[in-house]
Design a protein. Sequence first.
Lengths: 254, 234
Amino acid sequence: MRWEAANSLRAATVPAASLLSLVLIWQVAAWWLASPLLPSPAVVFATLGRGIATGELLHHLGITLLRLGISFALAMILGSILGILLGYHATLDRWFDPWLTVFLNIPALVTIILCYVWFGLSETAAITAVVVNKLPNVAVTLREGTRHLDRGLLEMARVYRFGTWKTLRHVIWPQLYPFVVTAARTGLALIWKIILVVELLGRSDGMGYQLHLFFQLFDVAGILAYTLAFVIVIQAIEWILLQPLDRYARRWHR
Amino acid sequence: MIHIHIERKTYPASGRAESHTAIAGLELHLGEHEFVCLVGPSGCGKTTLLNLIAGLDRDFQGTIHLSKTGTPRLGYVFQEPRLLPWRTVRENLELALPPRRDPAVIDELLVLTGLTEFQHTYPQRLSLGMSRRVALARAFAVEPDLLLMDEPFVSLDAPTAEKMRRLLADLWQRRPHTVLFVTHDLREALELADRLVFLTPPPSRVAREVTLPHAPRLRSPEVVETLYRRLAPK
């Protein structure tokens, strides 16, 4: 146990030192340039603290995370259903595969603009735009997972009369789970970048909207403070939620 | 009594492979608690036949009559162990156990197969021989009306395969289910079987049947050798 603790301490040392050196370089560059266009880390952290204290940052962060949560959940559910269907039915797959290719190659910005043009500058349009962007990725990943289902194990489940529920839970789900986790991780990375653009173009709150405001005011400290807050939250989701889920999925591996 | 009559089983052409008939006019009867070995060269449709009997493939002409009352319970030991890698040895056995069956049967089978201390191990940490023992225990756990075995000891080293045959004979002594055991190894069949059924090359049907003198356990190497000299193709 102590050996493990020492090991994880050592493992944490390098990333910590690496991040510290990044801040150091930033500090030196800010000091050297002495321009409001590159505020020093101290100024940015102060802006961050003020944003948290006034509640403004948390308000916008909360709105963005809510949008993120809803569109992420929708994209995962709908994309999984579509992917599993395509994985099972070769004919369906032959028909819809070209559609997927088209949707995968439409730039996110185009989907966002079209959604706002067609549905107005509404919450629905914003969520739809994100879902449409993300859904093809989830579908492709889950289609791959469904295609790789082990036939031998499915036959075994049939002979031993597992029934639908037991087969789904103990034979199919454990095989799809790693693909779902992969789709979730890459999905999160994609969605949080798109959602800022969605907010920037057509919403009057959220991180993207705030960043737009800071941009017009040339408030670089604000931009960096908000970015920092967002990066920390996203990384926390990865560490607290996604990585443990991933480890759980692989617990039976040698 | 189990009656199997396969009029014809044909695989349709796919890709560059032409359609071919795997089985034609095969007739097989199994008596209650009989241990029958199906012997034939590789690729003579033995696995196909087991899959038809197991109901995994319903695309054939003919009739398979497994029991008079309701749906019979099957045990199937595949060529590969086919264990769920994300479930422990014990969980693999429990999942196959029919509802309302006493779970104590699992403890008993774990002892008989020597797997008690590995019951909480995941299959990837087991050797092939041990995985096969789990697959064997699973098949016996369901108390099958018919136990299908598809070369279950192939690619094991000779001593391990011998141990597995002894284990199978012991289990079968305790619970004499009807067994249909597929092998290409005549000596293996001679050690275990009450009756041998030889298949022709495809399209397969029964070439000949040989009922062996009754043996309470595994036949000794001397007896197997004598029978082998008499039965092996010249």
